[in-house]
Design a binder for this molecule. Structure first.
Ligand code: SAM
Length: 240
């Protein structure tokens, strides 16, 4: 069933209104009509089986029939701290990591990041739109938030059960070994460096703070591949 992102579900939870892109898609692209069924997600983790009640100028009204839980969202909440990559790669990283089950993404600024953010939040809005589209496409009800960019030094390990620091110079411990040693987890952070990797002092600081350095395998992965590889390994190991 088609999924749409609803920001306007009423307080009693039995009606919703879609506007803007979502309404245009229903009306002009899919040409759906009153009586057609769709699934609504509101980003909270729930999904709502709904029937279109009216299609007007620029809005679509729906009656909600049933609220259910979504099986597609992982129980372990994995936040990706992705050091800012060069041009355009962030969108692909967000799209693929949402498909792979990431809970949230923090665009992260580290010493060797080449990209400088201009402080405008148009990029952040665009990244969150990519997340919504990816969540809808892959059947998730929880829409991962792309948070405001933050400095690597602001990462607070106490917010997570484990911080997995993907380090190209880690020769011993694999991600799998780190997860096995950690036992049951409710949350995890994964830190991925930029194209130029981490400086020695960044690596030292992360480890001092309690992050666990892990190898993702024998080959050096591009920054845009590393987050996806880490997510896929975590979801496989934790059976999420
Ligand atoms: N410039 C670095 C070098 O040549 O060694 C490579 C940096 S790599 C392109 C970007 C980031 O991906 C790294 O900082 C790390 O977080 C992650 N990464 C890539 N391959 C990895 C691996 N085999 N194990 C752990 N992390 C890896």
């Amino acid at each position: 069933m088609r999924r749409f992102f609803a920001q306007n579900i009423n307080a009693s939870g039995d009606k919703a209104v879609l506007t803007c892109d979502e309404a245009r898609h229903i009306k002009n692209v899919l040409r759906m009509k009153p009586g057609d069924e769709v699934l609504l997600i509101d980003g909270s983790g729930a999904e709502f089986r709904s029937v279109i009640s009216s299609v007007t100028g620029d809005s679509v009204e729906l009656d909600i029939i049933e609220k259910g839980a979504c099986e597609a969202d992982p129980n372990v909440l994995v936040t990706l701290f992705q050091c800012l990559p060069k041009q355009g790669k962030m969108e692909v990283i967000i799209q693929k990591c949402v498909e792979l089950g990431v809970y949230a993404v923090v665009p992260t600024v580290s010493d060797r990041c080449v990209v400088k953010l201009d402080g405008k939040d148009s990029k952040l809005q665009r990244w969150n739109k990519v997340s919504v589209e990816a969540a809808k496409q892959c059947g998730r009800a929880n829409v991962p938030e792309v948070k405001a960019p933050a400095k690597l030094s602001s990462l607070d390990p106490s917010e997570f059960d484990i911080v997995l620091f993907a380090y190209e110079n880690e020769g011993d411990r694999t991600l799998k070994q780190a997860l096995k040693a950690a036992g049951d987890l409710r949350s995890a952070a994964v830190v991925i460096g930029p194209e130029g990797g981490f400086t020695p002092s960044e690596a030292e600081e992360l480890i001092e703070k309690g992050a666990v350095s892990v190898s993702l395998g024998k080959r050096i992965l591009r920054t845009e591949t590393a987050g996806m590889a880490a997510l896929a390994q975590i979801m496989y190991e934790l059976e999420q």
